[in-house]
Write a protein that binds this ligand. Structure first.
Ligand SMILES: [Zn+2]
Length: 60
């Protein structure tokens, strides 16, 4: 399982460590900086995440 943050501005997904505790995150896609508290975090199976991230990388 993995923890994922979703950028509220562009919707990009970022995998983070389970003990991720940074107060702010900068999105590598849109360069926006957000409070980690405000970012949506979800726990998903690694399989599904890899699938989603691969799609994301292919589209860029
Ligand atoms: Zn973004």
């Amino acid at each position: 399982m993995a923890k994922v943050l979703r950028c509220p501005a562009c919707g990009a997904l970022w995998r983070v460590k389970d003990d991720f505790a940074e107060p702010t995150v900068r999105c590598s896609e849109c360069q926006a900086i957000f409070s980690a508290d405000k970012m949506e975090s979800v726990i998903v199976p690694d399989e599904k995440l890899d699938e989603r991230l691969n799609q994301q990388y292919r589209s860029t």
